[in-house]
Design a protein around this ligand. Structure first.
Ligand SMILES: [Zn+2]
Length: 276
């Protein structure tokens, strides 16, 4: 009985120690998140990203970014990029980041206009998707002399297959790129917790500056890294970032008193990886 008693005491002490140390780890992680800081003492990080390589990004978006001397992240679809090849080459020279957005832009087949040969992501496998992603990387290397380090999931979808055969393609993206960004998320990225292979992305299409600012105020707590995502740039629309809103947003983000570090997705990911 005596030895059993000692044994149970030992178990109890061990459990207490274990639970204490795991609580301590959680506590440390939480306080680190609150204390995380970005270059120049910024409290939040933000990236401006644009999907598909639509021509209005070169014609309207890039001149706005260049006027303010800030850098964006542009996720390339070769078919769109071919329409403004010289413009995209100039963007690379000006220090903007170009990422991969697949060649097929395949999403769930629920999007009727995005099906390819009657296929949606429900009908393809990881090998199909890997070839599709790699063909965009090839295009970018050959035509734009850039090797992408970032990826954006078309429509934010991260799977192939259906039901019990569903597979995530997040591990494939993690293997091929430093970061992968999703779409229409409800949070920003917590520097301590976020997964670089499925970074949250928040919509900026169709919003006025005050609506974007209101959203940022809700998302920014705990030293978040917010990645805004848009499509066309011009007059505000369902898939168009309003050019006046973009201009006002950049002015706001560049003002140090607002606490933001504005940098490309790859720059912020590299910084967080080093410091978290
Ligand atoms: Zn897209």
């Amino acid at each position: 009985m005596g030895s059993l008693n000692t044994f149970s005491k030992l178990v109890a002490v061990t459990l207490l120690t274990l639970s204490h140390s795991s609580f301590a780890t959680v506590g440390e992680a939480a306080s680190e998140a609150i204390g995380f800081s970005y270059p120049n003492g910024a409290r939040y990080a933000i990236s401006l990203s644009f999907d598909d390589a639509r021509s209005s990004q070169v014609d309207v978006g890039l001149p706005i970014l260049d006027k303010h001397g800030v850098k964006g992240t542009f996720y390339i679809n070769p078919q769109f990029a071919k329409e403004r090849l010289a413009g995209w080459k100039a963007a690379v020279k000006n220090g903007h980041e170009l990422g991969n957005h697949t060649s097929s832009h395949l999403c769930t087949g629920n999007f009727e206009w995005l099906r390819k040969d009657n296929l949606g992501l429900e009908q393809v496998d990881l090998a199909w998707l890997k070839r599709d992603i790699e063909s965009t990387t090839q295009f970018m290397k050959q035509q734009l002399e850039v090797t992408p380090r970032s990826f954006a999931y078309p429509c934010g979808n991260t799977f192939v297959g259906r039901g019990v055969e569903v597979q995530s393609y997040v591990p494939l993206v993690a293997e091929l790129f430093k970061t992968g960004r999703t779409w229409l998320d409800e949070t920003g990225n917590n520097p301590t917790y976020t997964d670089f292979a499925q970074l949250a992305g928040n919509r900026m299409d169709g919003m006025s500056f005050s609506e974007i600012k209101e959203m940022l105020d809700l998302l920014k707590e705990e030293n978040k890294w917010i990645i805004l995502a848009g499509h066309d740039v011009g007059e505000k629309g369902l898939y168009t970032v309003d050019k006046e809103a973009l201009n006002a947003l950049i002015v706001y983000l560049k003002d140090p008193k607002n606490g933001y570090w504005l940098a490309t997705v790859d720059e912020v990911a590299t910084y967080i990886e080093k410091h978290r």
